[in-house]
Write a protein that binds this ligand. Structure first.
Ligand code: FES
Length: 101
């Protein structure tokens, strides 16, 4: 099982997003860390400048929202949009472990 280890997860504050080299985004929403792919399911643009709202990340390009927990599209103003890949994260005091499956 492949895992990524990120040190010092407490440095990611509420509402902050951290771009990981593996094409992933690690972010904190309502106290919980989430890991999603850093690629919009619509045109593939990075989501690092997206807005966190109502348990979702909103792509700034066309406003599609993706659930942080499931990766599913929450609204569908556009056709031809894939869901995001999401990855389980476990957090301890000194590290976050991201399970790549
Ligand atoms: S590129 Fe993200 S919503 Fe269109």
């Amino acid at each position: 099982m492949a895992q990524i280890r990120v040190a010092n997860p407490a440095s990611i504050g509420e509402g902050e997003l951290q771009v990981l080299a593996e094409g992933l985004l690690l972010l904190r929403y309502q106290g919980q860390l989430h890991c999603i792919e850093n690629k919009c399911g619509h045109f593939g643009v990075p989501l690092a400048d997206g807005e966190l709202r109502d348990g979702a990340i909103v792509c700034r390009h066309h406003g599609i929202s993706f659930c942080l927990s499931s990766g599913e599209v929450v609204n569908r103003p556009w056709e031809n949009c894939d869901r995001l890949r999401v990855y389980p994260v476990s957090e301890s005091a000194d590290a976050a472990l991201i399970d790549l499956g």
